[in-house]
Design a protein around this ligand. Structure first.
Ligand code: ZN
Length: 548
């Protein structure tokens, strides 16, 4: 790491490292680094000459005297005097959540958020409908393909290895992996300051139980959350996992005013755990959500007591939905038995979509053969194939085919849908989406009405960005509703289906007049947050638009 030896240590080096790390360096790395440094320093002093010692101590005094000054001198962009907290009820199915609300099972959410804020009736996640890809969408305004985070894992074609964001070695990697293809496509850098955390640099921010936190000044948990792991997998008290996260939230909001996090992202994964184990609409999921409701009540009491309620925006959403499954689609093992030596990697995370990467040398005949084979498996529902950076080919198990084409310029993106005879997405036979079947280009705003499609909501827009980065696989395979990859679970997500893609989305805050709205995409929160904070528009155009 950076402090190789004291003689190599320089301010420039240190400060540029700090800048690269964001202020989270103090939480994630400063303490172990300083401990390591102390040992090295003591060793050096003991073995140095008198002259060296003088130089050294002068430097050290200068370093510690001025270091806090450098920190506080860190550029801090002025923002409105507000706080935003986003609770992600990970994996909560939108229909089930709305049903619980209607049945009066979530009284605090109903009274404090729905009645005083805005409920979106048709909000949608980003595809793939999995956590990492969607947490990042909320914080960057980028679709997963534009963020270089194509799924729960990605195959690194250069290093010839898989990077799994749900593995012990890879769960922090998602933060380093973030790139910004929207900025790059329009002449900017691949790594501009992008995340809300980065834009609020210098202000306190918090990421709690979220693996995505790039730029956050407080990240919890630091190390393996043993109690949460025990509760999740041994005692199976999913609500307790969320309680541990909420305790961190309370701790943050009990701090002195200048240390209160301006932005807090909270991952409440209890719902996802309960859903996978027991079913998307199970009693266990209900219990976990009801428990959240009681925690929310306590949180609102705290905000009132601290006179913060009038300047706090509260967002409640899930990151993706969930649907019940029963069976297992052994795509990876099946393909390994086929005589294909051009497959670089076949993903098998335990969700309902999977990516396949081809070797570059693959001929078009072999490609056709592989596609035909996958389509012949009875578990396959649909495949999305790479056609170009903003183009995709869609084919279903009945060989219905369509092409999605998108054009991108600095200001906007437009997409078209062109089906051969019968269309695989059933857009041309549905009243809400019929108008798009003329093959013409429509803006992402115009495409919003496709969010209401009963089976494949917003699929054209969602697939139109997926291949923007070559980190995505060459094929995405979507399993039929009954099936999930890797192992049997009571419920899963990850597909393009309504149950997986639709999310609850509620917002409440100082400038919000109560009511309902119809459409919103997960990426739309980002421009909304920028507006609430009074932050300047970035030099690149986010994928989302302000949904209000
Ligand atoms: Zn899950």
């Amino acid at each position: 790491m950076m402090l190789e030896s004291t003689s190599q240590m320089s301010f420039d080096h240190l400060l540029s490292s700090l800048r690269r790390q964001g202020s989270s360096v103090f939480d994630a790395f400063w303490i172990p680094a300083s401990a390591g440094m102390t040992i090295k320093v003591i060793y050096k002093i003991a073995s140095s000459t008198f002259h060296m010692r003088q130089i050294f101590f002068t430097f050290f005094l200068f370093f510690f005297a001025l270091f806090p000054f450098f920190l506080h001198a860190q550029e801090k962009i002025p923002v409105h005097d507000i706080y935003i907290i986003h609770f992600i009820l990970d994996g909560a199915n939108a229909d089930f959540f709305h049903q619980l609300l209607a049945d009066g099972k979530l009284p605090t959410v109903q009274k404090e958020i729905v009645e005083k804020g805005i409920k979106f009736t048709e909000a949608i996640a980003s595809f793939p409908s999995v956590s990492g890809a969607n947490y990042q969408s909320f914080v960057t305004g980028l679709f997963p393909g534009h963020a270089g985070i194509p799924h729960l894992e990605r195959f690194d074609r250069e290093k010839n290895k898989n990077i799994g964001y749900l593995t012990l070695s890879g769960y922090r990697r998602i933060n380093d992996d973030l790139i910004n293809m929207r900025s790059f496509e329009t002449g900017g850098s691949l790594q501009p300051s992008t995340t809300i955390f980065e834009l609020l640099s210098g202000h306190p921010t918090a990421s709690i139980y979220s693996s995505f936190y790039r730029g956050a000044s407080y990240v919890a948990p630091h190390f393996l959350p043993m109690r949460a792991i025990w509760a999740a997998f041994v005692s199976k008290r999913t609500w307790y996992v969320d309680l541990l996260a909420m305790r961190k939230v309370f701790r943050q909001f009990r701090k002195q005013e200048r240390k209160l996090p301006r932005y807090t992202l909270v991952g409440l994964i209890g719902t996802d755990l309960a859903g996978h184990a027991n079913g998307a609409r199970s009693k266990e999921v209900e219990k976990t959500l009801v428990h959240f409701d009681t925690q929310l009540e306590r949180f609102i009491v705290l905000l009132k007591k601290r006179k913060l309620l009038d300047k706090t925006y509260i967002i409640i959403s899930s990151d993706h939905g969930m649907h019940d499954t029963q069976k297992y689609f052994a795509l990876k093992t099946r393909l390994e038995k086929e005589p294909f030596d051009d497959l670089l990697f076949v993903g098998d995370r335990g969700v309902a979509s999977s990516q396949i990467y081809f070797k570059q040398s693959l001929s078009s005949e072999k490609r056709e053969k592989i596609i035909e084979t996958i389509l012949s498996y009875p578990e396959t529902e649909l495949m999305a194939l790479r056609k170009g950076e903003h183009d995709a080919h869609v084919i279903d198990s009945s060989h219905r085919e369509a092409t999605i084409r998108c054009t991108v310029n600095a200001r906007e993106k437009r997409c078209s849908y062109h089906a051969k005879k019968d269309d695989p997405l059933h857009y041309c036979s549905d009243a809400t989406t019929k108008i798009f079947c003329d093959g013409k280009f429509y803006s992402l705003h115009e495409w919003r009405r496709a969010i209401a499609h009963p089976y494949f909501p917003d699929t054209v827009v969602q697939l139109g960005h997926l291949f923007a980065s070559d980190r995505s696989g060459d094929i995405f395979v979507i399993a039929k509703p009954d099936f999930g990859f890797r192992k049997q679970k009571a419920a899963t997500h990850g597909s393009l289906r309504r149950d997986d893609m639709h999310i609850p989305l509620l917002i409440k805050g100082p400038t919000i007049s109560p009511g309902t709205r119809r459409f919103a995409r997960g990426v739309d929160l980002y421009p909304l947050l920028l507006e609430w904070y009074g932050l300047p528009k970035p030099p690149w155009t986010p994928d989302g638009e302000n949904p209000l």
